[in-house]
Design a protein around this ligand. Structure first.
Ligand SMILES: [Cu+2]
Length: 166
């Protein structure tokens, strides 16, 4: 790591360390972000094993407004592309697929993106994510616009994003 980045990384590591003792509750300490009527909480991702090309990211999205919105796209400097996925049971097999039209966010409701369900999928990762890293993902909402969210990286082995069995 370049020297100029080191103090920043140290501060972030110190801040996240305090909260990381009690994972999974540590995600609850993640910063709350508002984009228009959209409230984002509990943004977290996971450390990736060396060389992993994909990783999941999770959050709770509440549409506090009176009109439906959609999460339609995402991007990050750490991945070639970022997609919005759904995992579901099909003919007794867990499958994941991209939500081509994005994720519906009904007015007044909270939608949770979590392992085993809806999730943000980082594909073509260009770095290994380490525990305590803050991964910036830009989320684009149809009505609320685009907002950058920092996803705190939980330890390796935190609730699995293995698409085959949860
Ligand atoms: Cu996925």
């Amino acid at each position: 790591m370049r020297n100029i980045l080191k103090p920043i990384a140290t501060i972030i590591a110190a801040l996240t360390l305090v909260a990381s003792f009690a994972f999974p509750s540590f995600a609850e300490h993640a910063q709350m972000v508002m984009a228009g009527d959209i409230k984002i909480e509990n943004a977290w991702t996971r450390a990736t094993p060396n060389g992993a090309k994909a990783g999941g990211a999770f959050l709770m999205v509440t549409n506090t407004g009176g009109e439906a919105d959609r999460l339609i796209a995402a991007s990050s400097e750490v991945a070639a592309k970022v997609e919005i996925h759904e995992m579901s049971m099909k003919d007794g097999v867990m499958k994941m697929q991209q939500l081509e039209d994005g994720l519906a966010l009904p007015a007044g409701e909270t939608v949770e993106l979590k392992p085993g369900g809806f999730h943000i999928m980082m594909m073509g990762l260009n770095k290994t994510i380490a525990e305590g890293d803050m991964v910036r993902i830009s989320l684009e909402f149809e009505k609320a616009g685009t907002v950058d969210v920092m996803f705190a990286a939980a330890p390796l082995g935190a609730p699995s994003m293995d698409h085959s069995n949860n």
